[in-house]
Design a protein around this ligand. Sequence first.
Ligand code: NCD
Length: 337
Amino acid sequence: MNDDYATLQLTEDGQLRNFISIRGLPKSILEQILDTAASFVDVGGRDIKNVPLLRGKTVVNLFFEPSTRTRSTFELAAKRLSADVLNIDIARSATSKGESLMDMLRNLEAMASDMFVVRHADSGAPHYIARHATPNVAIINAGDGRHAHPTQAMLDMYTIRHYKGGFEGLTVAIVGDILHSRVARSQIYALRTLGAKEIRVVGPKTLIPTAIESMGVNVFTHLEEGIKDADVIIALRLQKERMDSALLPSESEFFDQYGLTNERLKVAHPEAIVMHPGPINRGVEIASEVADGPRAVILHQVTFGIAVRMAVMSMSMGGREAERNAARRQQEAQHVR
Ligand code: NCD
């Protein structure tokens, strides 16, 4: 499976071509994403906020699930790279007239699209699209079911590296609804690959996947124990849209036991940062005093997200181009022979 993710995502000489999952990617690629993103962070502060790396390319945003941050930062990232951007309004598209997903994608491919940014409720949808539906278009996963949200994980890694200087020696606690979180899964793979010292998941037993220890994490069901001395604390939303209601007591009970408050954060490392992928639910997983307080870096995550998405898009387009050039050279060589 890991090999499958590696071949789907990397060219023969190891460049990024699709971005579906952190799984299967080597540390060098994750570091390349972070370093490339660093070179893009300043672009947002300039008078003229674009660079020409994707000029003449067409990026299609296909969001089959609601999104605010991810969709708009992908759109901004593509525009800052000078791409032409198409946002498909799925609710108004012909899929509502019964057209299959495969047919819709083939039509978009026939319009000479270069990249699809896909969010889908089904785990595995971007993988399937990359493999079967449109193998010639670069596919970037913008969140699939409970499976993966790799650009979110990489913008979180960027944020951690920015504030903590690296990953060595770090203890990171991911708190809340781990069971339904594609973000948590991708973060765990990324933190392991980048070499964090300890990864903890913290939450009620019912919201922690069984056998998650096999991913190399330590499990805590008591909040204070789980965040004790942690350098980074990541709060997650209760993802009720994926939840069987029996799993959860009530929002107020959840807050009483697992909500992040200033009082509870006293046990964390004195310089601990608090992160959240958004959307935040104040008074459920996080108190306003924390979300708006000095430890929170939640809005910086959003800003860094643009640069990280620019990095992923430009790298995968570069990989695709290298692949096409290599194929062309091979064809020419055969012709000469
Ligand atoms: C996350 C998602 O969609 O998985 N949000 C995001 O992309 N910023 C987390 C969530 O919905 O809670």
